[in-house]
Design a protein around this ligand. Structure first.
Ligand code: RTP
Ligand code: MG
Length: 135
């Protein structure tokens, strides 16, 4: 069993598609083992996306991700990291296949609805950052 960190971004919450996104995770067979709604502080947002510090889209990314509440989740299942990334689709919703969350609900690369850890290392880092627990 693998554990990953998933976040429904502010556009997903504002547009009332939290249920739809969670439904897709559950239909895939993944289990939600922890969940909370929170507003990211600038500090937490910058830490979460520290790999992108210095890139031209960084400031706008931080502004967007702190623009409203998000849903943070710990999600568990066989190959959970890859499974979630597959359900999310390409970072750019225009390139994401129909049937994926971003492909079905997004139009712009910044407002792409959902985040999922991209490796075992980042899943551990993100879960400890958001839930203060080490897995
Ligand atoms: P995430 O970290 O949010 O799960 O997304 P990702 O792995 O698919 O993509 P990543 O490269 O890590 O980018 C992080 C987030 O930054 C925003 N972004 N904007 N060119 C741009 O304006 C641009 N590129 C990326 C997106 O919100 C992306 O999800
Ligand atoms: Mg990423």
């Amino acid at each position: 069993m693998e554990t990953t960190f998933v976040m429904i971004k502010p556009d997903g919450v504002k547009r009332r598609i939290v249920g739809e996104i969670i439904h897709r995770l559950e239909k895939k067979g993944l289990e939600i083992v922890d969940i909370k709604l929170l507003n990211l502080s600038k500090e937490l947002a910058e830490e979460h996306y520290s790999e992108h510090k210095g890139k031209e889209f960084f400031d706008q990314l931080i502004e967007y991700i702190t623009s409203g509440p998000v849903i943070a989740m710990v999600v568990k299942g066989n190959n959970a990291i890859q499974a979630v990334r597959q359900l999310m689709g390409n970072t750019d919703p225009i390139k994401a296949a129909p049937g994926t969350i971003r492909g079905d609900y997004g139009l712009t690369i910044r407002e792409n609805l959902v985040h999922g850890s991209d490796s075992l290392e980042s899943s551990k880092r993100e879960i400890s950052l958001f839930f203060n627990k080490n897995l």
